[in-house]
Ligand binder design. Structure first.
Ligand code: RB5
Length: 148
């Protein structure tokens, strides 16, 4: 499993913690920045992560900004991306089981690092349930190609 990670300055510290945590677990990472805590623009990072997932460089992604809102909106602009902003374990579980989310968004100024790492664990270990949820996920992509 290879995970793409991207953050703006509001998510930089949490990105670094997640990076250490996932590397310790032996998970391969693609760190798309930012590389320092300087002020950067979250749309560039959300887009980069979404594209890395869609072009197969990574299996799924994690994007982080201050609230998780801006960077999740950016990632969701990439065709094929289903980015879920999660603030609880339940949201992370549902994002995978029902939405088949392929990118997780977190708020670096919203979550404790402990909760954030637990959310990452749930997100990365929960399978999509398929069934009736597959049809709904298909409809999301009909919005993208103008058939809904
Ligand atoms: C940057 O200050 C902040 O606006 C950004 O990290 C994010 O929270 C936007 O949604």
């Amino acid at each position: 499993m290879k995970i793409a990670l991207a953050a703006d300055h509001g998510g930089y510290e949490l990105k670094e913690k997640i990076k250490v945590y996932l590397l310790q677990k032996g998970i391969e990472l693609l760190d798309l920045g930012c590389n320092i805590g300087d002020s950067v623009d979250y749309p560039n990072y959300g887009k980069a992560c979404g594209e890395a997932v869609m072009n197969g460089e990574a299996d799924s992604g994690i994007v982080i900004c201050g609230t998780g809102i801006g960077i999740s909106i950016a990632a969701n602009k990439v065709k094929g991306i289903r980015c879920a902003l999660c603030t609880s374990l339940f949201m992370a579980e549902m994002a995978r089981k029902h939405n088949n989310a392929n990118v997780l968004a977190l708020g670096g100024r919203i979550l404790t690092p402990e909760l954030a790492l637990d959310i990452v664990d749930v997100f990365l270990t929960t399978e999509f349930e398929g069934g009736r949820h597959q049809h709904r996920v298909d409809l999301l992509h009909c919005i993208e190609n103008g058939t809904l």
